[in-house]
Design a protein around this ligand. Structure first.
Ligand code: ATP
Ligand code: MG
Length: 562
């Protein structure tokens, strides 16, 4: 075991693996896989599975983890999804090295195994229609009945299966089915489909080579076995499929027999972890693509500025169990804040600017003040923040009248400008509509880096030089849904009705300090007193500046939730 493994808390899967190793099972190997279907982008639930599978491989000496695309349903899959998944897994910090596989790599082997099943008398070609097949299957409380095609001879089955492959039959006209038990209390064991016919689709890996495709349950266990997987970890809904997983491997007498282990899916409050529903959000243009920063996809979280390490920490923190539960968004937010508080350089950005004129400061003069990039981390260095006669402060940081609880700028009172001087507001200028257009202030030149003589100034606000600041668009994101369980909320027929209309607020007149003008896309800053913001990876181009709010400084929903 690597050193790391001894520090990590054990979970029931690690206990199983430890016991297997102690017994000398699998020649001491630990080999897992992450098996996405390339029919959408990965989401936070997948992140948990990735961290678990790749994490286990990292923890044990010689441990390996494959990335395997489960690509048996070509009509919904494509190359774009393959590429996006690879990018996301890598970004999360995991490396499959040369162990990149596709179930479609095994189509010939899977076909040969199907022939073996037929030759053993364990599979047959069935001509029932889809509807008849459903009727014959029975229900949870009633047994099914045998298909009239169940007793076809081996020779006839071989002939028909070969002709299925040769393209002689139309879609839906025939199935290859495993011959198990139509009376099994487990519906999955009632002669499940092994191969179906699918004409006219181009598979992203195999093109038009095949017109029959193997079913998921059949493909999955055999792909695991072919790759020498030791522990095949999946989510709880597959527990009822485990007998079938084992049946195929036992019946085919496959040498390697991986152990299927189920854990509970991650459900995250206020988020969707169903690819089908995420696909709807994208296809109906409700969001700005799979990587919209409000999406619970890995690419959305990356674009929003969530550090990969914080997502890994989150997956570690929520643990691995067998009981279904739903995790509070606050846990994820806390992981993001903890990480960014350590790593994000600080910057001053005025989201909703109002102009301040320092009337006793010379015109055409710029003072290069020095500000630390992180208040506790000297090693992160300093930057220059230019101070000039005209500045911007945030509209919310000024009131004409306020009591002492308002520790910002008030008419005729003082406040400190962060990293700079103490100013006093002497005069408020308004337009005809009564809107404040300028604040005329005076500064105390003796207060740079020291307290003013004989009086206390408690408030500190941020600011940006009007001359040197740069205009930027800032996007404030909130939860995409108004309810904690949009996936299962019964108050509406369609989860789309639960969208939060305020999940995106765009501020187009924000002013960022000069040092951010040349920021690299993807960098996350703490905008002091406002939150963490990430330079948008798609929109920060050609001098355009767009920042996404990653997370607020504190949990603003706590009050509302109560
Ligand atoms: P979806 O229901 O969103 O389509 P899926 O399970 O069909 O998800 P796959 O691409 O088949 O998506 O999933 C790849 C792996 O990720 C599987 O092993 C699956 O069990 C796991 N996984 C998917 N969703 C979650 C989740 N919410 N929590 C934990 N693991 C998950
Ligand atoms: Mg799936």
């Amino acid at each position: 075991m690597n050193d790391d493994a001894t520090i990590k808390p054990n979970n029931f899967i690690r206990n199983i693996i430890n016991a297997d190793l102690a017994e000398g099972k699998n020649e001491g190997r630990v080999h897992t896989r992450f098996p996405p279907e390339p029919n959408g982008y990965l989401h936070i639930g997948h992140a948990k599975s990735i961290c678990l599978n790749f994490g286990l491989a990292n923890d044990y000496d010689g441990g390996l983890c494959n990335l395997r695309f489960d690509d048996t349903n070509p009509s919904k899959e494509n190359e774009e999804f393959v590429n996006a998944i690879e990018k996301d897994v890598r970004w999360l910090g995991f490396d499959w090295q040369e162990r990149l596989f596709f179930s479609s790599n095994y189509f010939q082997k899977l076909f040969d195994y199907a022939v073996q099943l037929i030759e053993q008398g364990d599979a047959y070609v069935c001509d029932l229609t889809a509807e008849e097949t459903r009727e014959y299957r029975g229900t949870l409380t009633e047994p099914g009945k045998n298909s009239p095609y169940r007793d076809r001879s081996i020779a006839e089955n071989l002939d028909l299966f070969n002709r299925m492959r040769a393209g002689e039959f139309p879609d839906g006209s025939k199935l290859l089915r495993a011959k198990i038990d139509m009376a099994s209390p487990n519906v999955n064991m009632r002669d499940p489909a092994v191969y179906r016919i699918r004409h006219g689709v181009v598979h992203h890996q195999t093109g038009t080579e095949w017109c029959i495709y193997p079913m998921y349950d059949y493909t999955h266990c055999l792909s695991d076995a072919i790759e020498g997987i030791t522990h095949s970890i999946c989510t709880l809904e597959f527990a009822d499929h485990r007998p079938l997983y084992d049946w195929f491997l036992d019946t085919l007498k496959v040498e390697c027999h991986p152990q299927q282990i189920e854990f509970s899916r991650l459900n995250l409050q206020y988020a969707i972890t169903s690819k089908r529903k995420l696909t709807r959000l994208v296809e109906e243009n409700i969001v700005d693509g799979w990587n919209d920063p409000r999406m619970s996809t890995i690419s959305g979280m990356r674009r929003r500025g969530y550090p990969a390490s914080a997502i890994r920490e989150f997956c570690e923190r929520i643990g691995v169990t067998k009981s279904d539960n739903s995790v509070e968004m606050e846990i994820l937010d806390a992981c993001i804040r903890e990480e960014l508080n350590e790593t994000a350089p600080r910057a001053m950005v005025v989201l909703d600017p109002v102009k301040v004129v320092i009337t006793n400061y010379p015109e055409d003069h710029t003072e290069e003040l020095i500000a630390p990039n992180h208040p506790q981390k000297e090693e992160m260095g300093t930057r220059i923040v230019p101070f000039t006669r005209e500045l911007y402060i945030d509209r919310a940081d000024f009131k004409e009248e306020a009591n002492n609880k308002f520790k910002r700028l008030v008419k005729d009172k003082e406040v400190r400008l962060r990293n700079a001087y103490v100013i006093r507001c002497d005069e408020v200028i308004k337009d005809d509509a009564g809107e404040i257009t300028e604040l005329h202030c005076s500064y105390d030149p003796e207060t740079l880096g020291k307290n003013p003589e004989g009086r206390k100034v408690k408030g500190v606000i941020h600011w940006v030089s009007a001359e040197h600041g740069v205009q930027a668009e800032v996007r404030l994101y909130d939860r995409l849904f108004t309810v904690p369980h949009p996936d299962s909320d019964k108050s509406v027929d369609d989860f789309i009705d639960l969208l939060n209309p305020n999940s995106l607020v765009t501020l187009s007149k924000s002013v960022v300090e000069k040092s951010l003008a040349s920021t690299d896309a993807g960098v996350v800053y703490q905008f002091e007193r406002e939150g963490y913001f990430c330079a948008d990876e798609e929109l920060c181009k050609n001098g355009n500046l767009v920042f996404n709010r990653t997370v607020t400084l504190r949990d603003t929903w706590a009050k509302i939730d109560q």
